[in-house]
Design a protein around this ligand. Structure first.
Ligand code: MN
Length: 236
């Protein structure tokens, strides 16, 4: 029996010791999983692989242990941790994936992604995303001192918090046409993503879309694919 698990949106930071503990407990409990996909916003922010903090060191050690035990790790960047790079991936023994990847789950082609690209109604965010994902802009940013990058990340987080307070809740959910197009473009009838913090399994005539939940101090989420079944699970 080989299982593939998916998690996202842990938003790990110095302020989330309970979520960090929950992650380590999860890795231990699921130590026999064959594959683990981390679908973005694993960290609350990531300013570069050269940011050597105690938190980052602890997380690297635990993920490395999981891959040393034989779990294949795959990493997708979220909007919070889009600067995750190959140095970090190598440290934990993971494969860094692009924005969208089609994988096979017991023979079923499945699209895995963070999910922010499906939220096309959020025009302001998509404009910002284009800038932040420009390779030249990224390269220039990564040259700046850590303290300056930390300050920039703080500014982005504050802006996104203000926006979340102001905008109606539905603006950051996925756009139905973008979802239908993603099923079509990738030739799949199943997709798994996070980002929206709206954990649910949506079944439509185009296919099944499973949305991961964000972790809190009291609850974690994963999708488990095992024996041809793909299920959304929560745990305390
Ligand atoms: Mn996100």
């Amino acid at each position: 029996m080989s299982s593939t698990l998916f998690i996202s949106d842990l938003h790990l930071s110095d302020n989330t010791p309970e979520i960090e503990d929950a992650l380590y407990a999860f890795l231990l409990r699921e130590r026999r999983m064959a594959r683990l996909f981390i679908l973005g916003d694993f960290f609350e922010y990531w300013i570069g692989d050269d940011d050597d903090t105690p938190l980052n060191r602890r997380v690297i050690k635990q993920l490395r242990a999981a891959s040393d035990r034989g779990t294949e790790l795959f990493l997708v960047r979220g909007n919070r941790d889009l600067a995750l790079g190959s140095v970090f991936a190598n440290q934990i023994g993971a494969t860094l994936l692009g924005d969208t990847t089609v994988i096979s789950l017991d023979g079923k082609p499945t699209l895995v992604l963070h999910g922010d690209t499906l939220c096309t109604d959020d025009i302001e965010y998509q404009k910002m995303r284009t800038i932040l994902h420009d390779p030249a802009w990224q390269a220039e940013m990564l040259q700046r001192p850590l303290e300056e990058r930390r300050e920039f990340a703080r500014g982005l987080r504050n802006a996104s918090q203000e926006k979340a307070d102001k905008d109606p809740a539905n603006i950051i959910d996925v756009n139905a046409e973008a979802v239908a197009q993603a099923f079509l473009d990738n030739g799949v009838e199943q997709m798994i993503h996070g980002h929206t913090h709206r954990p649910q399994t949506h079944r439509t005539d185009r296919g099944t879309r499973i949305v991961l939940g964000d972790w809190s101090a009291s609850k974690g989420w994963c999708v488990r694919s095992e024996n041809g079944q793909c299920t959304l699970e929560s745990f305390s």
